[in-house]
Design a protein around this ligand. Structure first.
Ligand SMILES: [Zn+2]
Length: 247
């Protein structure tokens, strides 16, 4: 969706929850209404393990559910392709900038979260481990992304288009975004991806500071900042879902 469309988008009504039956099992469906969409769309939300159907304002909910029910083959194939969930737990390997690190729970250590010999130590109660590690990863994401965004923006040579606020989110559909006033937001899960992938997403959003579109000039700005990003883009397409399955 274009930036302009996003800014002009009126507030949609809150989403409603429903379910569909697939092979004798109920599967959760979230029904969203979009005032700007023109047709029904269906996607799988890998973070929440549910289907999301977006309907135009004039299309009733039951029609949206029929639309879902008619797509069981697609849903079956999609569910079969979803990578397994990887919980934040002792002994589990997770990637940090694409490099696997094993999580080690050290209840007695009183050190918070730290890296040692290629492992990630986490102290404290076991029930606090997932939250503690997720918070630490968000901090790491900020450390990786913020100076990088400022350094790349400086290379644009456009002091009139500075980086605004940088926020870290846990979005499901976008890895990053840039508003018209230069505020950038990124998924903290990028810190799990290989460094060139994180670098590409930061360069992409920084390039939007000067080109609020996906024109040739925009892609030239991305290339100037990050070189050839074909591999990074392909990686996100092929493995991006995996990043939503951690924790
Ligand atoms: Zn973009």
């Amino acid at each position: 969706m274009s930036l302009l469309k996003r800014l002009l988008r009126p507030t949609p009504p809150p989403p409603t929850e429903s379910s569909v039956e697939i092979d004798g099992q109920r599967f959760p469906v979230l029904l969203r209404v979009s005032p700007t969409t023109r047709r029904l769309t269906l996607r799988f939300d890998a973070k929440e393990d549910r289907l999301v159907v977006v309907r135009p304002k004039g299309v009733p909910a039951r029609e949206a559910l029929t639309f879902v029910a008619e797509r069981t083959d697609w849903i079956r194939a999609r569910l079969a392709a979803v990578p397994p969930r990887v919980p934040f737990a002792d002994g589990v390997p997770i990637p940090l900038l694409g490099v696997p690190h094993i999580i080690r729970h050290r209840p007695e250590a009183r050190r918070g979260v730290w890296i040692e010999n290629g492992e990630i130590g986490v102290s404290g109660l076991p029930e606090h481990l997932p939250r503690r590690l997720a918070d630490w990863l968000k901090g790491r994401a900020r450390t990786e992304i913020t100076p990088r965004a400022h350094a790349l923006a400086a290379r644009l040579g456009r002091p009139d288009r500075p980086v605004g606020r940088i926020s870290l989110r846990d979005g499901r559909t976008r890895w990053g975004s840039c508003t018209a006033n230069g505020d950038l937001s990124f998924s903290w899960r990028l810190v799990l991806a290989p460094e060139d992938v994180l670098h590409y997403v930061v360069a992409h959003e920084v390039a939007h500071l000067v080109e609020l579109n996906h024109s040739h000039r925009f892609w030239k700005a991305v290339r100037d900042l990050a070189g050839d990003t074909t591999d990074a883009q392909r990686w996100l397409k092929e493995h991006g879902t995996r990043l939503h399955r951690y924790g």
